[in-house]
Design a protein around this ligand. Structure first.
Ligand code: GLU
Length: 284
């Protein structure tokens, strides 16, 4: 099987050293294995995605010396596919509409009978306030959550994935416990403001692009459990995962899009070379 990796940035800000590390690593792994390196633009959130950031992504990656296959897959072109997947999950009774605001979720998760709110990969674990049996056609422009309890009931095999990198606590592989309902909760699979969600689209896109090795930061290790659940529900293959350590600033804080000081463009403007960037992220 051809070895296929990808880099999947969201065009919502400048790429920084952490992105450079992830992209170079995924690229080099594909080259080492005689495989393919793909780029995917995760612009599903139309409000936050900007064409100028997308242009900057191509520019920075080309400057780093990376090459990728074209045409590049953009999530904004895939809404029909996301809609079809949502319809199928809805028809199977696995989704329900949710009208809770962030405040509602915080309030109900903090109610005395609930104890302290639990945090999962998407923030506070949803306490299930809107969970209900549904019927009729898939509604539009509503938040849709996956009924994780029901989903787990459908899954026969234990959920597992192969980890070739390391999780944040040094995990080398993972059997996903059946406690996803309490540790992750009913995740959002479609938003009121746009069709789909990060978790839904990433799983559908990795499968559609034939990605065999997902190379990405350890901050997404917990989200992988959701992705494996979705792959199992939608009968999609589970790739091998390679989560890598995060590049941190001088204070040990992980880099964020707003950390312009570490933006690749800033290093470029100051005269750094692509080799300097490789050295800085430890991939020289
Ligand atoms: N689009 C995500 C980000 O920019 C990465 C998703 C992934 O690699 O699975 O953080």
């Amino acid at each position: 099987m051809t070895y296929v990796t990808r880099f999947a940035p969201s065009p919502t800000g400048p790429l920084h050293l952490g992105h450079a590390y992830s992209a170079i690593l995924a690229h080099d792994m594909a080259v080492q294995h005689g495989g393919r390196f793909l780029l995917r633009i995760e612009d599903i959130d139309r409000e936050r995605s900007k064409p100028e950031w997308e242009a900057q992504i191509y520019d920075d990656l080309a400057w780093l010396g990376l090459s990728w296959e074209t045409p590049v897959l953009r999530q904004s072109d895939r809404l029909e596919t996301y809609g079809q997947a949502l319809t199928t999950l809805w028809d199977r009774g696995l989704l329900y509409p949710c009208t809770c605001t962030r405040r509602d979720i915080l309030d109900s998760a903090s109610a005395p009978q609930e104890g302290v709110p639990h945090f999962g990969p998407d923030g506070i674990v949803y306490p299930g306030t809107c969970r209900a049996e549904v019927s009729g056609p898939l509604p539009s422009e509503v938040t849709l959550r996956l009924d994780v309890g029901k989903a787990l009931d459908l899954i026969k095999e234990p959920l597992t994935f192969t980890e070739e990198g390391r999780g944040p606590d040094g995990e080398t592989g993972a059997i996903i416990a059946q406690d996803l309902l309490s540790t992750v909760g009913d995740i959002v699979l479609s938003r009121k403001t746009f069709l789909g969600s990060y978790h839904l689209s990433v799983v559908l896109d990795d499968a559609a692009q034939g990605v065999t090795h997902v190379v990405r930061g350890q901050d997404l290790f917990e989200a992988t459990k959701i992705h494996v659940l979705l792959q199992s529900l939608m009968d999609l293959p589970t790739p091998t995962y390679h989560h890598h350590a995060l590049i941190r600033d001088e204070n040990g804080k992980r880099l964020a899009k707003r950390d312009d000081a570490k933006a690749i463009a800033k290093f470029r403007a100051e005269g750094a070379t692509p080799e300097d960037i490789r050295r800085l992220v430890g991939l020289a």
